[in-house]
Design a protein around this ligand. Sequence first.
Ligand code: NAP
Ligand code: GLV
Length: 313
Amino acid sequence: MKIIFYEQHTDTDAWLRDFARELPEADVRVWQPGDTAHADYAVVWRAPRELFADRPDLKAVFNLGAGVDAILDVERKEPGTLPPNAMLVRLEDTGMAQQMVEYATYAVLRFMRRFDEYDEQQREGRWQKLPQHARKTFTVGVLGLGVLGAEVARSLVGLGVPVRGYSRTPKDIAGVAVYAGPEQFDAFLDGAKVLINLLPHTPDTEGILNARAFGRLARGAYLVNVARGPHVVDADLLAALDSGQLSHAMLDVFHAEPLPADHPFWRHSRVSVTPHISAETLREESVVQIAAKIRALARGEAISGVVDFKRGY
Ligand code: NAP
Ligand code: GLV
């Protein structure tokens, strides 16, 4: 079996070593421009269009991340980019859920215990105790209850705060008040104190974090965006921060990455920026999952994590 691999910003040799260990029967090669030789599978992150050209034999494309928006965007703009018979498969958890839980827990504790404000007070040399937020009304809403969002929501229940979740279809998660579909979106948002975004970026979810949504949250609410930059209308977020409707935004993802040097988020005192690190792709876990799925496909079995092109995730 032949596999082509493409990921520009990684230790490629380490990936090849891990594939050789997990899938010794496979011949895995790094794809280079001009390589049109046969391949059964592609393992890629942000691959150029040329990699997919003239590959009717390709059975599956494994995306080295949970979000497939970049690859679907190319397919939407240039239909036929992906080989017609190849399924697109995304990573499912592979250690990302734990990282998201850590990021979300840190954010909720930081805001609930007002550590962001104490940081500011320290910079001003000010010693002042602030009244604690009441845990029972410090409602956290998690947008997206998939592989990552469900785990984040479940873990936040353990902090003793009220937890809400929002998804397209109803879910049953112990301790989480679940809202589903656009008709329940406003009820999900109403009065929430922290909004954590873990939606996929699709035409339906683009711009969902806008003035209208911010206006339904509790006054002085907090935003945590760990999904994709285009979910946020940046100008609306800045206006909500400046008006006091939002107290702070913790942002890991942006419309353009790296975040351009002149973007106001860099210097806003109530915006925290991290460079798309909330949940990184872990090599060993990813190789184990992809190898297991390739073996299952070879046995003619169905696999999970196959992207539904119509839904967009
Ligand atoms: P997932 O398992 O596909 O879950 C997506 C969730 O969003 C599902 O619960 C889905 O509802 C819900 N959803 C989709 N469209 C919706 C809509 N229009 N309205 C309401 N709910 C909607 O995805 P995942 O593995 O949890 O990952 C989520 C996203 O996190 C990825 O797409 C990626 O963009 C982002 N991510 C970011 C990083 C980072 O480092 N910043 C790392 C990994 C992932 P249903 O359950 O009803 O289908
Ligand atoms: C990272 O952003 C991912 O989608 O896995």
